[in-house]
Design a protein around this ligand. Sequence first.
Ligand SMILES: [Zn+2]
Length: 324
Amino acid sequence: MPYTNTVLSRARARLTAENERKRAEYEDHLARAYALRPRLREIDRALRGTSAKLAMLIFRQDGDPQAELAQLRAENEALQNERQWILDEAELPEGYLDDSPVCTLCGGTGYQGSRMCECLRELCRQEQKRELSALLPTGRERFENFSLELYPDRFYPEYGTTARTLMQKNLAFCRKYAQEFRPGARSLLFSGATGLGKTFLSGCVARQVSENGYSVVYVTAGKLFSDFEAVKFERAEAGSLRDYRDCELLIVDDLGTEMTTEFVKASLYELVNTRLLERRTSLISTNLNEDNLEARYGGQIASRLLGGYRVIYFLGDDIRRKKK
Ligand SMILES: [Zn+2]
């Protein structure tokens, strides 16, 4: 399923609304046309009559209906011609009485057989884009907006590199990762102190992967666990967590900033483990390092994250302070 439940139901609702709008517009145009040229209503009624008779004749078994068929067809054609003539003479705009569906490929249902039609797919893309844009903090999260100059050229002996060189590698890796993303790609863990661009870079990945047509859900750890709690305390239905389980890329930002209760630990384990088992990709960013992760969430979660995810380290000085 390339789109989450939330995105799909919003897209479907828009398609339904579009169908209804088109239908209402057609009925309004028809009423105006009838008021303008009352003869049109008679013609339409007569056309419905001849069409019904034609259908009946075609299915009739007895005798030879050829002569009758020919006469009906001629009547039908004459009515059509008169109708067109009236429409032309009344100078109604081209397509004014067009009652074709919003999409001729699928008849406005959104599906061609079991395949999603391009019209609904486009609405899903728009809805996902809107959803992500509403969630991402700055609206500027694109790889080309990532400024390496904010990272010091200073050498970090314990990492054997400068922050800028490391971030240059991280940027190149994430860009390639996002461009080549396929469901089931290796999960990532962004680890580093606050203010080093983890949120920004994960936002860049979110946007690119989403634009390539995959379902992406972006959530802060605080929101994620409060949603789990809402289900626990029956303030929300279990189905409201479905997007977190099903999406092709789940991005959890700022793990470690939430109030870490036993319930949070259990929920995190459940989520991380289920998504690893089902080969669904996650990107988690955290201000915790390996040791802090284990101390806070326990060995089981730490080993899942550090063993199952590719860890990307962030180095530098707090960018937020630098920008001010
Ligand atoms: Zn369609």
